[in-house]
Write a protein that binds this ligand. Sequence first.
Ligand SMILES: Cc1ncc(COP(=O)(O)O)c(C=O)c1O
Length: 392
Amino acid sequence: MIRLTIPSIEEDDLQAVRETVASGYLVQGSRVAAFERTVALYVGTKHAVAVSNCTAALHLALLALDVQPGDLVVVTAYSWVATANVIELCGAQPVFVDIRPDTFNLDPDRLDETMARLMAVPDTARRVKAILPVHTFGQLADMPAILKIAGRHGVPVIEDAACALGATLDRVQQPGFWPGARPAGAWGALGCFSFHPRKALTTGEGGIVTTDDDALARRVRALRNHGLDPDAPAADFIMPGFNYRLTEFQAALGSTQMTKLDRIIAARRRLAARYDELLQGTPMQPPAVASGSAPVYQSYVILLPENAAAVRAELIARLRAEGIETTIGTWHIPRTTYFRTRYGYRLGDFPVADQVFARSLTLPLHEKLSETEQEEVVARLSQALGSLPSGS
Ligand SMILES: Cc1ncc(COP(=O)(O)O)c(C=O)c1O
């Protein structure tokens, strides 16, 4: 089977986990702190707070910004459901925004319209607490444009950087920005990362919150650990909190994984470039890379031709039977049963997400994937598409 993904776990990773488990210090020790320092340095933020997964990271980021029941959070329509679920779990309401057809990221023009509409009415204006763009499949959203809109309205931005550790975007030369590549997680008030096995760096389950803001970091630290004051010399509890902690053996794995992250990302970029070449001249559209953007290709997601949308499930099943694992891109959140029935969304409300959701396909991509396997993936996919009736 040509697998969709295989984590890059090697002997040094196993050794680090083994040693940590054998040490008997399994939680809240020096390995979590060391992993946090490494990630903060890599992302370029003052703080990184490790948590049990990115869903927890997003939940705590919203709570750190004091998102309350009745509040509104403006969020991309096309993402893993966790991005919107956490808003609901704060008792707040997501206001979805459509995506761009090329990068599948939040469309700044649609964001601008949505913000103008919400801020024009005092009742909604006072309830908008955050903007939550996603760096879809490991490519940064248009952060300069998003931060400009957010700044105009005085609303903080949380980056859902679940898939994007190591991805960068050039800062544009305009007041407030400085030139050079800036990493995911270093743009907004807070950045949230995932270390799920489908990400370039994995700790099994795991996540981290990055921020430059001392007060926000302090709130996230307290909230992840039962509300314990992270700074007081004697234990004291300053708010109701969760147990959203990362274990020591996960952090040990994270630290060894960090030593090979750049190598893994380089391999993913090389493989993505090869897929780009192989897809030339086929009816399949490779993922677009925005100018100045260096994605990490957490997933390599193509757009199938329109006539393949209706038979995509059969296509995925046929490829699987032929030994190739593929899957859809990600989710059109307003069209999932919960959000559709709660807010009455219809097809056509997010026309770009409608198209991308129906036509996207994720191809196998991992460090050990060979060029021969890539050729086989594209050849079999082309064959399968060629056998579709043209009008279907
Ligand atoms: C965009 C996005 N946000 C959030 C999450 C949630 O991450 P986790 O599985 O670590 O909770 C994911 C998971 O894949 C994701 O892709």
